[in-house]
Design a protein around this ligand. Structure first.
Ligand code: 0T9
Length: 395
């Protein structure tokens, strides 16, 4: 896997030239067909919980320090899914479909054991220009809720695309009324000249908890010491203290080891390669809402998969034209597209409080306001769905 056919590679040269004059809008990049992915960016929100058991684990932990460690561990276990699963599966990073405004990606991680409980995913494209995806992941049994949103700011220099993520995630534990503010690492695309792009993470990201714990994760790519890709080193400290409570080192796409800070005693080695993921359950297309990603993009996805460029083009244009019409109509009627599950606020108390923590870059976060999961909208949709099709149509 991974080898790019020679004929396909011939389209890479012109593409390289085109990105040299890149304007920062990733969606506007016209990539050669072999690098197109049939997956929409709204689906990427699911990467946060492909190990539901690790996602909910902090919900049961009584010790606040261990809880903060479990949240850090969970975050680290999402990185492989988020940033290298596509390369591994498809042979390289691929350009995702650019979601339309209001696009939804809904699903759940079922739990036959009954111990984890069901974990629900709600992902919605809340902005198209610039693209912003918002998401919430809920597990009622363990009282765990993740919500967040993100967009990207990109630039091209010295042969690589650098991407800064705008946005953040908040992890909430109901039982302990505890919040964690998670910042998103910036990244760059390697392997562009060889027509086999893949993601590497840059610099650092943090997790600040309302209980005063601070995790910092430093990414060093092909680590200077080990020479291995996806290298990182993380610490957990109490805010304002220099004492390292836990240190975690290794590769986020492979093995990493959790050690006690003082004694350096090894507590656990996690293997990203052998820990299996739980596949997300998505409703069959005919049961999906017309705004759901796989239903809306079905024809485009099929034609990308069969390599039918012409149909890909016409079906994509259909969606884009429909969207243009919708925006025009809204403008004429002086209204805005109603987001189904999220609301834009100018001030989110949890974000404000935790983002004032020392050590957190103030620029993190805002895409012209903050997108928050709207519980009221959520329960209205749930009620309408419970009322069946008739209520839905009447609404
Ligand atoms: C949120 C994630 C994000 C989305 C992707 C930059 C990128 C789109 C955004 C940031 C997820 O939680 C995590 C992972 C990977 C990110 C993608 C990697 C990537 O290359 C794409 C961009 C849009 C491209 O496809 C550029 C074209 C490239 C494949 C060829 C040079």
């Amino acid at each position: 896997a991974g080898a790019v056919p020679a004929a396909a590679k011939s389209s890479w040269g012109p593409f390289l030239k085109s990105i040299a004059s890149f304007n920062g809008d990733l969606a506007s990049l016209t990539a050669p067909p072999f690098i197109l992915s049939p997956t929409s960016l709204t689906e990427y929100s699911g990467y946060w919980a492909e190990h539901p058991e690790i996602f909910v684990a902090p919900g049961q932990e009584k010790d606040p320090q261990k809880r903060a460690l479990l949240v850090l561990k969970w975050f680290l276990t999402t990185l492989k899914q988020q940033y290298s699963s596509r390369s591994e599966k498809l042979g390289s990073e691929k350009k995702p479909l650019n979601p339309f405004l209001g696009e939804l990606f809904l699903g759940k991680w079922k739990d036959p054991t009954g111990e984890i409980g069901e974990t629900q995913l709600i992902s919605e494209q809340v902005s198209h220009h610039p693209p912003v995806t918002a998401y919430a992941i809920l597990n009622e049994k363990h009282g765990v809720k993740l919500e967040g949103y993100n967009g990207q700011k990109a630039s091209f220099s010295r042969g690589t695309i650098s991407v800064r993520q705008v946005g953040h995630a908040k992890y909430h534990l109901k039982e302990f009324d505890e919040d964690y503010l998670i910042t998103l690492p910036s990244l760059h695309i390697e392997g562009i000249v060889y027509a086999s792009p893949y993601v590497e993470l840059n610099r650092s990201s943090t997790i600040h908890s309302s209980t005063g714990y601070v995790a910092q994760i430093d990414y060093s790519g092909k680590g200077w010491v080990t020479g291995k890709k996806n290298t990182f080193s993380a610490t957990l400290k109490k805010e304002g203290s220099k004492d390292i409570l836990y240190a975690i080192d290794g590769q986020w796409s492979d093995d990493f080891t959790i050690k006690e800070g003082k004694t350096k005693k090894e507590l656990e080695t996690y293997s990203a390669k052998t820990t299996e993921i739980t596949p997300l359950y998505i409703a069959p297309i005919e049961e999906q809402d017309p705004l759901e990603s796989r239903r809306a993009w079905a024809k485009v996805q099929e034609s990308i998969n069969t390599g039918d460029l012409e149909t890909t083009g016409t079906e994509k244009s259909k969606i884009e034209n429909e969207q243009r019409e919708l925006r025009k109509k809204e403008k004429e009627e002086g209204r805005e597209w109603e987001r189904r599950y999220f609301t834009r606020v100018m001030d989110d108390p949890v974000f404000t409080r935790l983002s004032e923590s020392p050590g957190l870059a103030a620029e993190e976060g805002k895409t012209d306001g903050i997108w928050v999961f709207d519980e009221k909208k959520f329960s209205q949709v749930a009620k309408a769905n419970a009322g069946g099709e008739a209520t839905n149509a009447a609404a």
